[in-house]
Design a protein around this ligand. Structure first.
Ligand code: HEC
Length: 169
């Protein structure tokens, strides 16, 4: 069975379950999350974004052969524009998701080994960047807010201090 048919199978089972509930006339939503549950979820998100911050500001050996870290060119996730993805990127000659662009920077400016796009590491980098851009209007597809990458000031990967502004504007 391919993973696709497996998902279709699961989807059907879920639909059948919903139909059964509706037929019974008591399709109930689950209980609202408690404050403690919400806090626990928020803590997990914050921990993931913090992990992303550590990766962003520290040049990890597998991700960087020249000591550069994301923050050397993108302090506070500047010029990463997560709200503009998916969009067309000339170096791929196609529309790519944010994750592909992160790997492009790992492999090119940082001369490192690409991350598995489904890894917790990639999610952490994403969480950090998206977190700083929260509230910014999503405007996908175009390079409308694409800004030039900065010139790195150091190849040690650790001496770029964030401004706390969140994104370049
Ligand atoms: C040496 C500088 C440098 C480093 C280090 C670097 N980048 Fe980039 N980054 C660039 C440049 C230059 C571009 C623009 C490339 C282009 O448009 O062709 C860019 C573009 C991007 C974009 C796309 C922004 C847009 O709006 O198109 C993302 C996302 C991104 N970088 C994420 C990262 C992440 C995450 C890291 C660390 C893993 C990183 N970059 C490390 C220079 C760098």
């Amino acid at each position: 069975m391919t993973s696709q048919t497996k998902w279709v199978g699961r989807g059907c089972a879920a639909l059948a379950a919903i139909a059964a509930l509706a037929a019974a006339g008591n399709a109930v939503a689950r209980e609202p999350f408690t404050a403690a549950e919400l806090q626990a979820m928020d803590d997990k998100l914050t921990a993931t974004a913090k992990r992303g911050y550590d990766m962003w500001y520290g040049a990890r050996a597998d991700m960087s052969a020249n000591g550069l870290a994301c923050a050397n060119c993108h302090p506070d996730a500047a010029a990463t524009n997560p709200h503009t993805f998916p969009k067309f990127m000339p170096q791929f000659n196609k529309v790519v998701p944010y994750r592909e662009m992160v790997n492009w920077c790992i492999q090119n400016p940082q001369v490192g080994k690409a991350l598995d796009v489904n890894s917790d590491d990639m999610t952490a980098l994403e969480a950090y960047s998206y977190y700083l851009y929260r509230g910014v209007k999503i405007d996908t597809g175009l390079a409308t807010r694409q800004t030039a990458g900065a010139t790195p000031t150091s190849a040690r990967g650790l001496n770029v201090k964030g401004t706390g502004i969140g994104f370049d504007k």
